[in-house]
Design a protein around this ligand. Structure first.
Ligand code: MN
Length: 149
């Protein structure tokens, strides 16, 4: 887990996003940001090993059990990104409005390279959710995200 790719994509003199360092924080942060970039999507972030592991979800995540959403793995983000809201100005990576859509904590139930099971405790989403590395369309970054319990 590293923030190299996150930093490579951004110019911190021009974007209002946090620069960020890897952190040893205690809690398990869960958040979803609604990001109105070139295409509206929802950025799911889960704290792992001092960074926020991240996925871009093109359709609004569902509270209903079994309603699957494509979740495209993106670069790890710094922990403080979970509090970021604002407008990333034109010309920057991910230009557009970022709003916190849901936020809370999670408990880890199971995790390997292909499957992450978490108990999400947010305001909008609560319950057991799974991320499955589906390799949909042959792309290793494609996961499926849905509620199981
Ligand atoms: Mn995004």
């Amino acid at each position: 887990m590293t923030l190299e790719e996150y930093k490579k994509k951004r110019n911190f003199e021009k974007t209002n996003e946090p620069g960020g360092k890897k952190k040893n924080s205690e809690g398990k942060i869960y958040c979803i940001q609604k990001h109105n970039a070139s295409h509206l999507h929802y950025d799911l972030r889960l704290e792992f090993e001092g960074v926020l592991k991240s996925w871009a979800i093109p359709k609004m995540p569902s509270k209903q059990k079994g309603t699957k959403r494509l979740a495209i793995e993106t670069e790890d983000h710094p922990i403080e990104y979970a509090n970021f809201e604002g407008v990333i100005s034109e010309g920057n990576y991910g230009a557009g409005k970022v709003e916190i859509w849901d936020k809370g904590t999670y408990d880890l139930i199971e995790k390997d390279d292909k499957k992450i099971v978490v108990h999400i405790k947010g305001k909008k989403l609560t319950g057991e959710y799974v991320l499955l590395n589906s390799k949909l369309n042959g792309k290793k970054e494609n996961w499926l995200f849905f509620r199981t319990k």
